[in-house]
Design a protein around this ligand. Structure first.
Ligand SMILES: Nc1ncnc2c1ncn2[C@@H]1O[C@H](COP(=O)(O)OP(=O)(O)OP(=O)(O)O)[C@@H](O)[C@H]1O
Ligand SMILES: [Mg+2]
Length: 380
C-alpha cells in the first residue's frame, strides 16, 4: 500500500489526478490538499510516499512547499513531483532547485503521470530498503565491536584468573598446613577464617573464568521479577542506608521472567551501585525502580522493562557514548577522576554482557543534572 498526496487549488485538477492514480494504483491511499500549507499540515499527521503538487496556489505555493518538505529530515526523502502549466525551462529549473524530483507540464497525459509516479515510487522503495539495510548493518557493526571489546576483557580476565588461582591454591595449602601444626587455639581460629576467605576468593576467580569463557555456570530459571529486585535491595540495604539513599519500589505487579538469577542480580546491583554513587553529592538522594510489561513490534511480542531512576548528577557528557565500554570510569585515581570513589569501569561492561545473554537490551533513557534513567528490556 502506498500513500499519495495530491496538492492543487483547483478541484477539477485534483479530481483528474485522483482518478488517474486511483485507476492505476488501486492499492494506494490518496489524500488531497488545496495549498502548500494544508498539505504540510496533512504530512505532519501522516507522511506520504509520494507528492504531486501544483505550483501556483494561494497561501503557500508549490515551490515554497517543496523547499519546506526538503528541509524536514523525516520528509526530505519523499519525492515531490511538480505538476504545473508553467512550461518554460527557467520555470522547470526553479522547480528542481526547490528540491523537486520531477516536473510534469499541464495539461497532463495519463501515461506520463503513471510512468513517472511508478519510477519515483520504485526509487523511493529502493532508497527505503537501503536505509534499513544501512541501519541493520550499523547495529551489527556495533554489536561486533562490543563483542570484540568483551573478548579483550575476557582474555585479560582469563590470564589474571589463571595466575591468581594458582597463588590461592598454594596459599591455601600453607594455611591448612599451619592449621595442622599450630597448637595455639586462637591462631587456629584465625587460620580457619583465612581458609574461608581463600574459598571465597577461589569462587570469585572461578566466576571470572566462567565469564571470560563466555560460559554461564547457572541454569536458566523462572523467577518473579519483583522478588528478584527485592532480594537485591535486601543485599544492598546496609550500603544504601549508610549513604542515606531513599529507595522507591513497589512490587505490586506480578511478572514472571526466565533468567539466570545470579547474573541478573549482579546486573541490577551494578545499576543501583552506579545510581547510589551518582547521588552522593545530590541534595535529594533517591533511587526509584519501576518495572512492567510492554509490547514490542507489530507481532504482539511482550517484553519486560525495568527502569533505574536516580536523582544523581547525570552521566558526564564526555563518556556518555562509551559507558558500556570496558575501563571507562570517572571514579578512582587511575581514571584521573573522583579519587574519593573507586571504580574499574567494568561494571556496565559486565552488565551489558549479562543483559545481552538474556537477549535483552539496555540503554540510557535519560541523563542530565537532575538524574539518570537506565532502561533494561528483557524478552518474556
Ligand atoms: N546512574 C549513573 N549516573 C551518573 N553516571 C553514571 C551512572 N551510571 C554510570 N555512570 C558513569 O559511567 C561510568 C562507567 O560506569 P561503570 O559501572 O561501568 O564503571 P564504574 O562505576 O566507574 O566502576 P565499577 O567497575 O566499579 O562499576 C561511571 O564511572 C560513571 O561516570
Ligand atoms: Mg559501576
Amino acid at each position: 500500500m502506498v500513500s499519495i498526496l495530491i496538492v492543487d487549488d483547483s478541484d477539477v485538477e485534483c479530481t483528474l489526478v485522483r482518478s488517474i492514480i486511483a485507476k492505476n494504483f488501486p492499492d494506494s491511499v490518496i489524500s488531497i490538499a488545496h495549498n502548500g500549507q494544508e498539505a504540510f499540515n496533512l504530512l505532519a499527521k501522516s507522511p506520504a510516499d509520494i507528492i504531486l503538487s501544483d505550483i501556483m496556489m494561494p497561501v503557500m505555493d508549490g515551490l515554497e512547499f517543496c523547499r519546506k518538505v526538503k528541509n524536514i529530515p523525516s520528509l526530505k526523502d519523499v519525492p515531490v513531483l511538480l505538476v504545473s502549466s508553467l512550461y518554460q525551462l527557467h520555470e522547470k529549473n526553479e522547480g528542481f532547485e526547490a528540491g523537486a524530483s520531477d516536473y510534469i507540464v499541464k495539461p497532463i497525459e495519463t501515461d506520463e503521470v503513471v510512468a513517472r509516479v511508478k519510477v519515483h515510487l520504485s526509487i523511493k522503495q529502493n532508497h527505503d530498503e537501503l536505509k534499513k539495510l544501512n541501519k541493520d548493518l550499523k547495529a551489527a557493526q556495533e554489536a561486533l565491536i562490543q563483542s570484540e571489546k568483551m573478548s579483550a576483557v575476557g582474555s585479560l580476565a582469563a590470564g589474571i584468573s589463571h595466575e591468581f588461582n594458582n597463588i590461592l591454591g598454594m596459599l591455601k595449602g600453607y594455611v591448612q598446613l599451619s592449621q595442622q601444626k599450630s597448637r595455639i587455639e586462637e591462631v587456629k581460629s584465625f587460620l580457619s577464617v583465612m581458609v574461608e576467605l581463600i574459598d571465597r576468593g577461589e569462587f570469585l576467580v572461578r566466576s571470572m573464568m566462567d565469564f571470560s569463557k563466555g560460559s554461564v555456570s547457572e541454569n536458566k530459571q523462572k523467577v518473579m521479577l519483583p522478588v528478584l529486585i527485592k532480594k537485591v535491595l535486601v543485599l544492598m540495604e546496609q550500603m544504601l542506608r549508610s549513604k542515606c539513599i531513599e529507595i522507591e519500589f513497589s512490587d505490586q505487579t506480578v511478572l514472571e521472567i526466565e533468567c539466570y538469577p545470579n547474573q541478573l542480580s549482579q546486573a541490577f546491583i551494578n545499576f543501583i551501585k552506579n545510581a547510589m554513587e551518582a547521588c552522593e553529592e545530590s541534595s535529594i538522594k533517591k533511587i526509584k525502580i519501576e518495572y512492567g510489561k510492554f509490547i514490542i513490534g507489530t507481532d504482539g511480542k511482550e517484553s519486560a522493562y525495568i527502569r533505574f531512576i536516580d536523582t544523581g548528577s547525570g552521566i558526564p557528557e564526555a563518556i556518555r557514548n562509551r559507558i558500556f565500554d570496558p575501563f571507562v570510569t570517572t571514579k578512582g585515581v587511575i581514571s584521573g577522576g573522583d579519587k574519593s570513589k573507586s571504580g574499574t569501569g567494568l561494571g556496565l561492561t559486565i552488565t551489558y554482557d549479562i543483559i545481552k545473554k538474556h537477549n535483552g537490551d539496555v540503554k540510557v533513557e535519560k541523563t542530565g543534572p537532575d538524574g539518570t534513567t537506565m532502561l533494561v528490556c528483557l524478552p518474556l
